[in-house]
Design a protein around this ligand. Structure first.
Ligand code: NAI
Ligand code: MG
Length: 353
């Protein structure tokens, strides 16, 4: 029996509802597999915790998390209770940074049974691999002067180490996919950082002669996501470009309620963190109507990262069969409740086993 100690942070709003649903699915996966035992430890960190303790997590919270194999997170934020820069900065971003989760992976795949807003989406299956630790989001810059002389300076930081790390990850996952990596660049506008990014991509690609590589300017690539997403396989991008592309990816899949994500520490020095793309959805929290698929697909990504790719694919099968039989929550135009969707996913997984 392989034991896995997982830290669970449901967080705020619908995070508290969809996380338990995904844990049911993970328990089902463990049961079907027969050789996996999960040990869940739940932490009540979030906005309500902040109101009681004036901090989003205890001062030794990061140390506590380091003793777990992975982190499974719902969503953080309740703008009516705590300003977003405090809640996200004090928990989510802190974990991503301090546990060196320097790669953000976001699939954009048209699931069976989903309707894309695109007229002719074909069956696209893209993996956006985003640099998550530096680039355009480096905290370097400042504001000076007042009035008409006021100015702001924001500097990007690109290191060979971080660029190579995200590119190597993208190239190696492509080996298990359709063997194509598209690198997002803008070397015609950003005359220093992007030619450097392109150089590192060319250097790193040498070690992957089996992978076909393409560099595309971010503007043209954004258009390609809309016009012909099916021609793309793995897309590697800097922090800002990856942020934008993965939102387009989420949009063409049909709903933010289904989109999954992972923040990876690829060296496995510290735990990685698995969390859906959506937030805490305060507008529908507490009603039992949140779509659990984003969190369940996120659980599937955690199974993949733990090395259980076979059982992970059974989870995705359960999700797709549920969508195909049209058991859908309101965000997908259906009338099913959150638990009804989970129950169908689990039933399909058991039937396939
Ligand atoms: P949001 O993703 O929470 O909601 C946007 C819209 O999508 C809402 O209408 C919501 O009802 C709907 N939605 C989202 N997830 C859904 C689901 N699973 N099922 C059905 N409908 C769903 O984004 P919003 O409203 O901008 O942010 C709310 C809070 O969440 C804020 O505090 C924000 O900072 C935080 N947030 C946290 C994230 C995280 O923890 N990774 C990511 C994005 C936002
Ligand atoms: Mg975003």
């Amino acid at each position: 029996m392989n034991k896995h100690a997982i830290a669970v942070i449901p967080g705020d709003g619908i995070g508290q509802e969809v996380v338990p649903e995904a844990l049911k699915v993970l328990e089902t996966a463990a049961q079907i597999h027969g050789g996996i035992a999960f040990e869940w430890t739940t932490f009540p960190w979030g906005c309500e915790y902040y109101l009681q303790h004036e901090t989003m997590m205890p001062s030794d919270g990061i140390e506590t998390l380091k003793s777990f194999e992975q982190i499974f997170l719902g969503a953080v934020g309740m703008p009516g209770l705590v300003p977003d820069h405090i809640s996200l900065g004090g928990l989510l971003l802190k974990i991503r940074q301090e546990l060196e989760q320097s790669i953000n992976v976001r699939p954009a795949k048209l699931l069976c049974g989903m309707k894309s807003p695109l007229a002719d989406p074909q069956s696209f299956d893209i993996l956006v691999v985003r640099e998550n630790s530096e680039g355009e989001y480096s905290d370097v810059g400042g504001r000076v002067h007042n009035g008409p002389d006021e100015m702001a300076l924001q500097t990007s930081v690109f290191t060979r180490k971080a660029c190579a790390r995200v590119m190597e990850y993208a190239l190696s996952v492509a080996q298990r996919r359709r063997r194509h990596v598209t690198s997002a660049t803008k070397s015609n506008g950003l005359a220093h950082s992007m030619p450097f990014w392109d150089d590192v991509f060319r250097d790193v690609s040498q070690a992957y002669p089996d992978i076909q590589t393409t560099s595309m300017h971010i503007d043209a690539l954004a258009a390609l996501f809309v016009m012909k997403p099916h021609v793309l396989d793995v897309v590697v991008a800097s922090n800002l470009f990856g942020d934008i592309l993965s939102d387009i990816g989420g949009a063409i899949m049909g709903s933010i309620g289904i989109a999954p994500a992972a923040n990876l520490n690829v060296e496995r020095k510290y735990p990685s963190m698995f969390e859906p793309v959506h937030g805490s959805a305060p507008d529908i929290a507490g009603k039992g109507i949140a779509n659990p698929i984003g969190q369940i697909w996120t659980a599937k990504m955690m199974l993949d990262f733990l090395g259980y790719e076979d059982i992970a694919s059974v989870v995705l099968y359960g999700i797709e069969e549920t969508l195909v039989e049209n058991v859908k929550t309101a965000d997908l135009g259906g009338s099913a409740t959150m638990t009804e969707v989970t129950e169908r996913v689990i039933a399909h997984m058991k039937a396939a086993a």
